[in-house]
Design a binder for this molecule. Structure first.
Ligand SMILES: Cc1cc2nc3c(=O)[nH]c(=O)nc-3n(C[C@H](O)[C@H](O)[C@H](O)COP(=O)(O)OP(=O)(O)OC[C@H]3O[C@@H](n4cnc5c(N)ncnc54)[C@H](O)[C@@H]3O)c2cc1C
Ligand code: SF4
Ligand code: SF4
Length: 1003
């Protein structure tokens, strides 16, 4: 077997895959780089990547690899934390096409699926049947069933439902020789599967005393192969009837024994009701010590199932209290200042039984010396909110800036419950000894608490990691636990298999591997013959990691910091020593957890939703930037075409800024990239026309009739496409000679507004001012009707132009020009901001620039002051409403008897500015706006107008926005974004309006 294929072999492999399959063959340095890592600390360049179009093509790839002696690394979502999907072979990505549901049998509660299907997608498809697949991993929105089986994954509710191994009924899989086998109940197996079963049975029999002695007797043990199928050691037997299922040998084998073709899964009924008891503890130790009693209590009675006991510690409580939207939720769950809380969930079909069970928990706590310590939550709403906070707390922890990061390597050791308190106490002391600390969370019910000490892998992280691992393992041994309890072995824990099981069982594992994969073709060096966990040559951030110096256009100094692992305090901005002035550290915030591969409500990441390509995913983009900035994609660094390709379909929606757990802000990174790329490659005519629109819009509008001919003449449209690259299929915004800025709207003067009792400054942007003036007029009318003295923002030193936030320049990478515009805005509006007067805007992408990019342009405290006063019209009105200042307006609004559909602009979503629109629209009697669950509309500024993006743009719109609008042909559609309205016009042939227009119409 060639561990590292020569270029010649790689070339032949690529050529054969391209000629013999229809799949995607990705062998560029950037593609390989994007698949060189997962949610672990490791990085190994694969030979290439293959995205098969069907399971038949997986088999073809297997045959080709066998011919060429190239190893295979199968992959799902790549969310493994231990480097399971990292390897020098052909990575096969199952997620794009090999993701079908093959068969559902509701009466037998079973389903057969392909390995690339994501858990949430499966459960969404099952919802109407009243069934679900209950191994509810935290990564349910991106983890695939193939990957979950590979890792023997476990969910928060494993105490009720078990691990993956307890829920798999069968698997079909190819062994390395290309033969397909049906792995199921041993007694029903034939051929190689049966032969394998016989061998494993013999091994288990021969090693019985060793297995009894060495095997951890806990539910959560995922290391090595499940040799114990023939001699059960698990707290919960793998099968209900004590039979042996050979599929269970593949579960947890991390792609080393066979390639999964399909999985047959046992489904469970969806519980009708859940109740939650939040138990507050004065000390962390007491919480850990009490978990065993709660579990014992939960075990009694059939009708109320104890489905979760999850820990949230003091650090997470504090972090959540710092977040304005989580603080009320957490306050409703804590009593006083607990050191830790346990979230205890019971589920079942009879609500009254559950409520009684909860009352019993309260009693139990009283008996254990903690009277009055339980907050009871019996309604779904508060429960869901609290579970969301528990998840988000972890995300906040992961967003620590600086080179020291919470590292996952001993984060899922499992110990018997009676030792949990002593174990966690011991490990806390170990962390202290090495100058670090850990935040504890997760599955107290099954003795698996997640904890990640902060380590700097570029510095002394690797030796510290080993030292901590050694001491943690001693504790695990002392308490007879499992060192690898949830997240698998991979590169990180392979070497601990022998430590856990001893040489004889490890040798038996090797025999199983050799029987099924004699050539060591499948995921070599996983489980069998693993490397050392601290081999820095395998790491993403080895001590040798270097960053290319970059002089950035934007200010990234907030990320350019270091942290103290013991206190988590960060140093002053700009002191982190990043040669790329903080840009590299901002990019490195992506820890590859894969959260951006999601399709549920929320914005992130629209381009991935359409293409399902790793390249067009926030993670793929962050990895591309990281590789470029560290010189791993060649000397061109940031300004390369490779980076351009990765960022091309990023619509700068800022979905990631809001949804990414670590706050990766790709939209801002794209501005920085474009600045460098265009500086090197030059601006196109289209770039200049779009960016400089605010410069020439006033004079050009005089020729509106002429410019509008383009929309009437297909010839001119196709000429525009050829010369400028603007799609002929699009209508362009209509020019008008009579616009808001020459309409003599009676603006209050600067002095008048500064002296007014109810002052407001209306910031009218280029688009609403010159193209859709009715919106600006409506806003003006509305504010006046509400009793405000309205000053229309204008330059402090008039030069005939209007104020502009600089958005169009930013979108083209012209940061210096954007800075000049932003400076003008800041200087002109400062006197108002200093007096606390709101600066109100209409176009989300323009106004919100003042609260975002403008702050990264080195404009100092004045820009901060402006940002604090900059509000979208609805944000302003909602604020005033709360202050009781809109009574006059309310009384003037006429009722409306029509359904109102609302589409939020991506930047409104990113800045949590959608709810205010709903609040304000509700002022109209009879209106109950319905929010469309949409991602980006796909137009995104000029993106959708460009011929090269037209198709993707329409696909984005068709994901949810346009179908939702078509479903309600009579509804009024409200959309505040100029480009959103155009997309709705082009795609659904409906006229969407700005909220200001709807409100003003009702006056
Ligand atoms: C923030 C975070 C939270 C997590 N929470 C949990 C949790 O609650 N519980 C938990 O158990 N895990 C958790 N994990 C770990 C991880 O998400 C799970 O193990 C998940 O099931 C992996 O799914 P995946 O599709 O990403 O698989 P991958 O990481 O892509 O692959 C996992 C393994 O399966 C193998 N594999 C994939 N497809 C095939 C195939 N067709 N044939 C053979 N082998 C295959 C791979 O080679 C690899 O060894 C978490 C990870 C992160 C980053
Ligand atoms: S971009 Fe954010 S969500 Fe995506 S993998 Fe990176 S850290 Fe996770
Ligand atoms: S800005 Fe939007 S499109 Fe770009 S990476 Fe982030 S979520 Fe994806």
């Amino acid at each position: 077997m060639v561990a590292r294929a020569s270029n010649e072999v790689a070339g032949r492999l690529a050529a054969r895959l391209a000629s013999e399959t229809q799949g995607e063959v990705l062998f560029s340095a950037a593609d390989r780089g994007r698949y060189s890592t997962d949610a672990s600390i490791y990085q190994v360049m694969p030979i290439g990547v293959f995205v098969p179009r069907s399971s038949d093509e997986v088999k073809l790839a297997l045959d080709i690899c066998r011919d060429l002696k190239v190893p295979i690394v199968p992959r799902g979502g790549g969310t493994s934390q231990c480097g399971q999907t990292v390897g020098a072979g052909l990575v096969i990505d199952h997620t794009k096409y090999v993701r079908n549901i093959l068969q559902v049998d509701a009466s037998a509660s079973t389903v057969v699926v392909e390995p690339g299907i994501v858990l949430d997608h499966l459960n969404a498809a099952l919802k109407n049947s009243g069934l679900w697949f209950p191994v509810d991993v935290s990564t349910s929105a991106q983890a695939t069933l193939g990957g979950m089986a590979g890792n023997n994954s476990c969910g928060s509710r494993s105490i009720a439902y078990g691990n993956m191994v307890h829920n798999v009924l069968g698997m079909t899989a190819w062994t390395a020789d290309g033969a397909l086998h049906d792995f199921r109940r041993f007694e029903d197996c034939v051929g190689t599967a049966r032969e394998l079963g016989l061998r494993v049975r013999d091994l288990a029999l021969a090693l019985a005393p060793e297995i009894d002695k060495r095997w951890p007797k806990v539910l959560r043990r995922v290391a090595g192969y499940n040799l114990d199928i023939f001699r059960n050691q698990n707290e919960k037997p793998y099968t209900a009837d004590g039979s042996v299922n050979l599929a269970h040998l593949l579960v947890g084998s991390e792609g080393t024994l066979a390639l999964t073709k399909s999985l047959t899964l046992q489904l469970s009924p969806l519980p009708r009701h859940k109740v939650l008891g939040v138990v507050n503890f004065p000390t962390f130790y007491k919480a850990m010590d009490t978990a065993q009693h709660i579990v014992a209590y939960g075990g009694a009675g059939q009708d109320a199932v104890l489905s979760a006991v999850e820990l949230v510690d003091r650090t997470m409580i504090d972090l959540s209290l710092q977040n304005p939207s989580f603080a009320p939720v957490i306050r409703s769950a804590v009593i006083g200042q607990p050191d830790a809380v346990l979230l205890v969930e019971f589920s079942g079909d009879d609500r009254d039984v559950l409520v009684r069970k909860l009352a019993g928990l309260v009693e139990l706590m009283g008996d254990l010396g903690l009277p009055g310590s339980v907050v009871q939550m019996t309604e779904d709403g508060p429960q869901k909110k609290l579970w969301d906070v528990r998840k988000a707390g972890l995300n906040i922890m992961m967003s620590l800036k600086g080179d020291g990061k919470p590292v996952s390597f001993i984060e899922d050791c499992a110990v018997p419950l009676e030792h949990l308190a002593e174990y966690t106490d011991g490990l806390t002391q170990v962390f202290r000894k090495y100058g670090s600390k850990g935040t504890w969370y997760a599955h107290a019910s099954v003795g698996t608490l997640h904890v990640r000490p902060i380590l700097d892998m570029r510095n002394d992280g690797a030796p510290k990691m080993r030292a901590i691992a050694e001491e943690a393992s001693a504790l695990v041994r002392k308490f007879k636990g499992a060192y690898s309890g949830e997240h698998g072995d991979g590169l990180c824990r392979g070497e601990w298999i022998q430590w856990q099981f001893g040489p004889k069982i490890t040798e038996a594992f090797a025999q199983i591997k050799t029987f099924l994969d004699p050539q060591n073709l499948l995921s070599p060096q996983r489980i069998i013959d693993p490397p050392r966990m601290d081999d820095t040559r395998l790491m993403r951030f080895a001590p040798s990691y270097r960053v290319i110096p970059v002089k950035t256009a934007l200010d990234w100094s907030t990320w350019n910091v270091q942290n103290d692992p013991a206190t988590e305090r960060t140093s002053a901005p700009g002191t982190g020593g990043d040669p790329a002035q903080g840009l590299a550290k901002a990019v490195e915030m992506c820890n590859n957890n894969g959260h951006c591969r999601k399709f549920d409500a929320g914005t992130m990441c629209p381009s991935y939703r359409v293409t399902r390509d790793e390249q067009h995913l926030t993670r793929g983009r962050a990895n591309t930037l990281r590789l470029a900035l560290s010189g791993q994609l060649g000397a061109e660094g940031l300004a390369s075409d490779t980076v351009k390709d990765a960022l091309d379909l990023c619509v700068s929606c800022k979905g990631c800024k809001r949804d990414c757990p670590t706050g990766v802000d790709m939209a801002k990174m794209k501005v920085e990239f474009l600045h460098h790329y265009k500086a090197k490659h030059g601006y196109t005519l289209k770039d200049k026309l779009i960016a400089r629109l605010p410069d020439y819009v006033r004079s050009a509008s005089r020729f509106a009739w002429l410019l509008n001919l383009r929309n009437k003449s297909p010839l001119l449209a196709s000429l525009g496409e050829r010369v400028l690259g603007l799609s002929a299929k699009r209508s362009l915004p209509e020019w008008r000679a009579d616009h808001f800025f020459n309409s003599n709207t009676p603006s209050a003067s600067r002095d008048e507004v500064l002296a007014a009792a109810q002052p407001v400054v209306l910031f009218v942007d280029t688009f609403n001012g010159f193209f859709e003036s009715e919106n600006a007029h409506a806003a003006f009318k509305l504010l006046r009707a509400a009793g405000y003295t309205v000053h229309i923002a204008a330059k402090a030193k008039p030069d005939g132009g209007h104020l502009c936030c600089g958005r169009t320049y930013l979108a083209s990478g012209m940061v210096d020009e954007a800075r000049a515009r932003a400076r003008e805005v800041v200087e002109s509006l400062l006197p108002f901001a200093q007096k606390g007067i709101a600066i109100v805007g209409l176009e989300p992408s323009c106004l919100l620039t003042l609260r975002d990019e403008t702050l990264a342009m080195g404009l100092g405290d004045d820009a901060q002051l402006i940002a604090r006063q900059a509000l979208l019209l609805e944000e302003f009105l909602a604020r005033e409403l709360k202050l009781g200042k809109l009574d006059a307006l309310k009384s003037r609004l006429k009722p409306l008897g029509k359904q109102v559909l609302l589409h939020g602009h991506c930047h409104q979503k990113a800045f949590d500015a959608v709810n205010p629109i709903i609040d304000v629209l509700k002022l109209i009697p009879g209106v109950q706006p319905e929010l469309i669950e949409s991602s980006c509309c796909g137009m995104a500024g000029s993106f959708g107008y460009e011929a090269s993006h037209h198709e993707v743009s329409m696909q984005m719109a068709e994901l949810s926005l346009l179908p939702a609008i078509r479903k309600q042909p009579d509804a009024i559609v409200v959309a505040d974004g100029t480009s959103c309205r155009h997309q709705i016009h082009d795609g659904a042939q409906r006229e969407a309006i700005h909220a200001a227009v709807l409100l003003a119409r009702q006056l």
